[in-house]
Design a protein around this ligand. Structure first.
Ligand code: MN
Length: 156
């Protein structure tokens, strides 16, 4: 009887841990530091990506800080930041491309400055997820979203 009880407790513990690992929610961490946040549902992104806002803009700091986790092949649309943006690469392998330039491969520890008013996109590589912190200056206006990054542009 004691053995059966121990077995039942062990099975319950194993089932419980499996369920926790599969579940993706606000409390999952993307890289062991920040929370993954919630799935992005707007159409400015293609594929699956998660956003955790770390800081909202205010009168003293007209800047937002967002932590974004892209699953493989997920990416933004082409877009423009009137006040520019800084990207800190936290994990994985990703891409960054400015209009008219070749695509750059980004790895953990890379820092990218997106110049003001230059169309660009960023996202994960095809084989790896990609985690970035985006620091976006809002004092000159909101992000302007443009067309989708085609599969041909993505692969080039
Ligand atoms: Mn950007």
């Amino acid at each position: 009887m004691k053995n059966i009880l121990l077995l039942a407790i062990s099975c319950a513990a194993i089932l419980s841990s499996c369920t926790q690992q599969k579940g993706i929610n606000d409390q999952s961490t993307a890289n062991g530091v920040f929370l993954r946040g919630t799935k992005i549902t707007n159409d400015n992104f293609k594929g699956t990506a998660y956003l955790k806002m770390l800081m909202d803009a205010d009168s003293l700091n007209p800047t937002t800080v967002g932590h974004v986790t892209f699953e493989p092949s997920a990416r933004t649309k082409w877009h423009v930041h009137p006040g520019g943006q800084i990207l800190l690469v936290m994990d994985g392998v990703g891409y960054y491309q400015e209009k008219g330039q070749t695509k750059k491969i980004l790895r953990k520890g890379d820092v990218i400055k997106c110049p003001a008013n230059v169309p660009h996109w960023h996202g994960a590589s095809a084989d790896s997820s990609f985690v970035q912190i985006a620091i976006t200056n809002r004092h000159l206006g909101e992000t302007l979203w443009l067309q989708e990054v085609t599969d041909e542009e993505y692969k080039n």
